[in-house]
Design a protein around this ligand. Structure first.
Ligand SMILES: Cc1cc2nc3c(=O)[nH]c(=O)nc-3n(C[C@H](O)[C@H](O)[C@H](O)COP(=O)(O)OP(=O)(O)OC[C@H]3O[C@@H](n4cnc5c(N)ncnc54)[C@H](O)[C@@H]3O)c2cc1C
Length: 539
């Protein structure tokens, strides 16, 4: 298209699961493409989150890419829920197999992007100081790629080691005999605590609000099992594509109220023993919509916690009272609750006794003081929109994306946003990625975007922009789906809540993900394409 070596047909932002696949598909089109990655290496989530216990909650073989039979035949997952090092090896294997690495520029965060109407191109300013341009941008910057820290006084004064789990160092961190504090009680904290409780000297968990959590039931995958999985891959992916969450677990449609309470409890006892998100996703759909059904379900899980934690006062503190089961991201655990039966583990409720400050030697709460050698901030992410907010993105007429999305994102299918032509988002806000088994939705998104690119390139279309009306209609669909679910009242990243980010506080729900399910989402993408992309202005 152009001879300028800094001018690309497509620039992919990010080299995680989404970026690698988008890069592969775009390279196959034979156009000029470059991926730019903020980190010094590829893998995104699985490159950065190296904390002890980091692993999938998705079954490994439902998480891997499905697009290449060869890849499926060659890769051996060794655990049902792959640990971070293995997943990172997998993504490197993929990059090497498809020769992707030489098309990725590392340490190259996109800091600013400006749409130039005159030549219908984006100019992209990289952290390296370089300026490149692109006809199309495929943003694959991740929904959990901007970590957030709490704002305690004195955090910088702490003289031991301290870091957010996202920034867990590449080098081994000594744990033995050390006094460790973990701040947080979400999915990451639960993985860390489970993993390190028996390795550290002492462990103090500073918990503000507990989360529901159920057993992961991880297990190794033998050669024979992997061979059987390989034979079943078509069936596995077909099943995932039929389930609202993109998993093999599919909802039970018998009807919550059609069964007796005894039958329900027997069913839940069975699901509690199953791996992964079985209890969440193979359950009755009513638990997500019906207060009474959800209350009974929550009581069942609360009893499990009481049975597992010896000290009844500690058990009560670990049972959520402010939200029902399945209304926020469900962390999965391995002996998390048993960790609190150990002599060296202590739970501190910081709603009761708030953290006053971090001192050079530890943490002071309103009720006590804790000497620590290591503080682990497992305090999550500025989810879904955080990655966009940290890029200065100027669209048509100079409008800034950050300003447009100040009260929450607004998109067409989670893929485009009016006023920002040719910016195509994979796993974007209001797509289904935040609410499902990521790679399944990522592949759907990348495939759709790639076909849209083919459509545009083959017709010499140089400018694609979602129409305002299409964006409004999608916004309505996103809000309506969320309002049907009890999760609309949740205070987690599913509803755009984060007390450490101003404007994202409780009581101001943001509509950041599509909650109508992966099946319905895929159907809408299909319709949009079948309608000849009439919702998109093409020139
Ligand atoms: C601890 C943890 C566990 C998880 N477990 C699961 C699970 O079990 N199942 C599941 O489905 N999902 C899980 N997820 C969600 C996970 O993020 C996705 O599965 C998947 O890895 C997302 O891939 P991605 O490429 O979209 O985003 P990411 O992996 O976040 O990659 C985005 C990349 O973009 C780069 N980037 C960001 N901004 C810029 C910029 N401005 N310029 C250039 N590069 C940029 C980042 O550095 C990063 O490398 C987990 C997430 C976390 C944090």
């Amino acid at each position: 298209m152009t001879n300028d070596e800094r001018a690309y047909d497509v620039v992919v932002l990010g080299a995680g699961v989404s970026g690698l696949y988008q890069l592969k598909r775009t390279l196959d089109l034979g156009v000029r493409v470059l991926a730019v990655e903020a980190n010094e290496d590829l893998g995104g989530t699985w490159y950065r989150n190296r904390y002890p216990g980091a692993r999938f909650d998705s079954e490994s073989y439902t998480y891997g890419y499905s697009f290449s039979r060869e890849l499926l035949d060659e890769w051996h997952w060794t655990e049902r829920f792959s640990p971070q090092p293995e997943t990172l090896r997998y993504l490197n294997f993929v990059a090497d197999k498809f020769d992707l690495r030489r098309h990725i520029r590392f340490n190259a965060r996109a800091q600013a992007m400006r749409w130039n109407e005159g030549d219908a191109r984006w100019s992209i300013h990289l952290q390296t100081g370089e300026q490149i341009t692109a006809r199309f941008i495929a943003s694959c910057i991740g929904v959990l790629s901007k970590p957030t820290l709490p704002k305690f006084q004195g955090m910088d004064d702490f003289e031991g080691d301290s870091f957010h789990t996202y920034w867990w160092p590449n080098e081994p961190v000594p744990l033995e005999a050390r006094r460790v504090g973990v701040v947080g009680a979400g999915a990451t904290a639960i993985q860390v605590v489970s993993d390190i409780a028996d390795k550290v000297g002492s462990l103090t968990v500073f918990q503000r609000r507990p989360n529901w959590s159920t057993p992961l039931h991880n297990s190794p995958i033998s050669n024979e099992e992997m061979a059987a999985i390989r034979k079943r891959y078509d069936e596995i992916f077909a099943r995932c594509s039929e389930s609202p969450g993109g998993f093999e677990h599919t909802p039970d449609r018998r009807g919550f109220w059609a069964l007796s309470k005894e039958e329900r409890v027997a069913f839940w006892n069975h699901l509690y023993e199953q791996p992964g998100f079985a209890l969440l996703n193979s359950n009755f759909v009513e638990i997500f919509t019906d207060e009474a059904a959800n209350k009974e379900m929550s009581a069942f899980v609360a009893d499990k916690i009481r049975q597992r934690v010896k000290d009844p006062r500690v058990a009560e503190k670990l049972i959520p009272k402010d939200h029902g089961f399945g209304t926020q991201r469900l962390p999965l655990e391995t002996n998390y609750f048993e960790a609190f039966n150990r002599e060296n583990v202590r739970l501190v409720d910081i709603t009761e006794t708030p953290i006053k400050r971090v001192t050079p030697a530890g943490i002071e709460t309103s009720g006590d003081y804790f000497d620590l050698d290591l503080i682990v901030y497992a305090t999550g992410f500025d989810a879904i929109t955080g990655g966009f907010d940290q890029i200065d993105i100027h669209g048509t007429n100079g409008i800034r994306l950050r300003d447009k999305w100040r009260d929450g994102p607004s998109t067409y299918l989670g893929i485009m946003t009016h006023g920002f032509p040719n910016l195509l988002m994979i796993a974007g806000p209001q797509s289904v990625s935040g609410s499902s088994n990521f790679p399944r939705a990522i592949e759907t998104g990348v495939d759709w975007v790639t076909r849209l690119l083919v459509h545009a390139l083959s017709r010499d279309v140089i400018r694609l922009e979602a129409r305002e009306a299409s964006e409004r209609a999608w916004g309505d669909a996103v809000r309506s789906a969320q309002r049907k679910l009890l999760l609309q009242n949740g205070q987690g990243w599913f509803t755009g809540y984060n007390s450490n980010v101003s404007g994202h506080e409780a009581g101001r729900p943001r509509y950041v993900a599509y909650w109508g399910g992966a099946v319905r989402y895929a159907a809408q993408l299909k319709d949009a394409e079948a309608n000849g992309y009439s919702a998109i202005d093409m020139r």
